[in-house]
Design a binder for this molecule. Structure first.
Ligand code: ADP
Length: 167
């Protein structure tokens, strides 16, 4: 069985990666797909996010990387994924995720949404927390894969340089 793991991944964190590794042991294939959400202004380009995911998942067998826009259920069906995988960090994630799962059920009853509990030691992690720490020069090496840490440093160094030039 094939699972689709959709998300913004802006950027990929070790929490995402842990979930991908565990899912890869359960499913024949896991397609990690970046959703190009028109209502979100990402910090990293689509190409950067795809590269970050590629780099971090090369050693995990059965993992593929893709991207899409539009409805997740449509993409799942196009890719032959029977399962949409989402991670749950805390109760606060649950209400929103359940609403989306119910909506998707009405759109495509044959596509199942499965929730995986995140690793407890990664449950504090989100892409926005990581960016907040990196913005102020904090160490993010225990939060993101190495390639992402380098990209974060570049992003905020460049921002700081342009702000000091114009600020
Ligand atoms: P989205 O904008 O779709 O929520 P994210 O990149 O924030 O995209 O999250 C993608 C998926 O990864 C979601 O299912 C989310 O619950 C899950 N996720 C987010 N943070 C973690 C984490 N620390 N550990 C495991 N899964 C996570």
């Amino acid at each position: 069985m094939r699972a689709l793991y959709p998300g913004s991944f802006d950027p990929l964190t070790l929490g995402h990666l842990d979930l991908i590794e565990r899912a890869a042991r359960l499913f024949d294939g896991v397609l990690v797909a970046v959703l190009m959400n028109p209502s979100k202004q990402p910090s990293f380009s689509l190409e950067q996010r795809l590269e970050q995911i590629h780099l971090a998942t090369t050693g995990i067998s059965g993992v593929e990387v893709g991207h899409f826009d539009g409805l997740t259920v449509n993409y799942a069906q196009t890719c032959g994924a029977q399962v949409i995988l989402r991670g749950l960090r805390a109760m606060s994630d649950f209400e929103f995720e359940l609403q989306i799962a119910h909506t998707n059920q009405t759109l495509a009853p044959r596509v199942e949404t499965l929730f995986m509990a995140t690793a407890a030691h990664h449950s504090f992690l989100s892409s926005s927390v990581v960016k907040e720490v990196a913005r102020f020069g904090g160490d993010v090496s225990h939060m993101v894969p190495e390639g992402v840490a380098i990209d974060l440093e570049r992003l905020f160094n460049r921002k700081a340089a342009s702000e000091s030039r114009y600020g």
